[in-house]
Design a protein around this ligand. Structure first.
Ligand code: ATP
Ligand code: MG
Length: 254
């Protein structure tokens, strides 16, 4: 079977200068991320998960190495070119939602659609409404972020990330600021989107969140140190998946 590769890295490295000392956070990572997967990156705190996610999404630059994202060699791109590429290919969902506080949920979802030269406002509005329905906050669409719950903000943030039909949703601990019930609902939205064909790349330290993965990559000290693949998520299999993932993580010294 032919598997499409959405992201491919070669010798991906990232260092930070720290008082004259180089901190090598990502070390020569060769990685492929496949189409239709719900890929999860796990690893200890400080292992470089967020740094990797920011590099792969073109939010931050590698120190060295190559990154192909949906056919674009992003390490070679100029800032402006990179911003245009991101707008079309990358959706980002943060732990702290980062919605614009003086825009309604609907307006927050529309903003990056307006920035696309080839899109008409009406088309962006229609899609925003559809997405707000899809993630379950259509009734709250005219409220400011401060007037809705954290879970509703995160749903709106997911809709916002989807407005330009990006090739990949990148998300760093999307449930980190939510209680477990609300976090579960947000994970259900992400899982459904993936099962409808949306590529997702998520960083988490939460084993429950990781049960939604079809592939888990384990990062240790800035290098990939193993992976596991899973069948598509079903709620009936969740407990079993959790046990499997825990066994995998424990074997890695997690
Ligand atoms: N902008 C930065 N400047 C300097 N050092 C940084 C920067 N960003 C990350 N680091 C360092 O890189 C290392 C990895 O950080 P990173 O945030 O990627 O880890 P993580 O695996 O996401 O951890 P956590 O699970 O705690 O979120 C840490 O030692 C961190 O201090
Ligand atoms: Mg992190």
């Amino acid at each position: 079977m032919y598997i499409m590769v959405i992201i491919k890295t070669k010798n991906l490295s990232k260092s930070f200068a720290n008082g004259g000392i180089q901190n090598h956070v990502l070390r020569n990572i060769d990685l492929e991320i496949y189409d239709k997967d719900f890929t999860v990156i796990m690893g200890n705190s400080g292992s470089g998960k967020s740094t990797l996610l920011y590099a792969l999404s073109g939010m931050d630059r590698p120190t060295f190495g190559e990154i192909m994202l949906n056919g674009h060699a992003i390490e070679k791109m100029k800032e402006k070119e990179l911003a245009v590429m991101r707008r079309a290919n990358v959706g980002f969902v943060f732990q702290q939602m980062h919605l614009v506080s003086n825009l309604t949920l609907f307006e927050n979802v529309c903003v990056s659609g307006y920035l696309m030269k080839n899109r008409k406002p009406k088309e962006v509005h229609d899609q925003a409404e559809e997405l707000l329905k899809r993630v379950g906050v259509f009734n709250e669409k005219d409220r400011l972020p401060s007037r809705v719950s954290g879970g509703q903000c995160q749903r709106a943030a997911i809709a916002r990330a989807l407005i330009n039909s990006p090739k990949m949703i990148f998300t760093d601990e999307p449930t980190g600021a939510l209680n477990s019930k609300i976090g579960r609902q947000v994970l259900n939205v992400l899982t459904e989107l993936n099962q409808e064909g949306q590529n997702i790349l998520m960083v988490t330290h939460d084993v429950k969140a990781a049960t939604r993965a079809t592939r888990i990559i384990y990062l240790h000290d800035g290098q990939i140190n193993g992976e596991m693949t899973l069948e598509p998520y079903t709620p009936e299999q969740e407990k079993n998946r959790e046990r499997q993932i825990l066994a995998f993580l424990e074997a890695k010294g997690w």
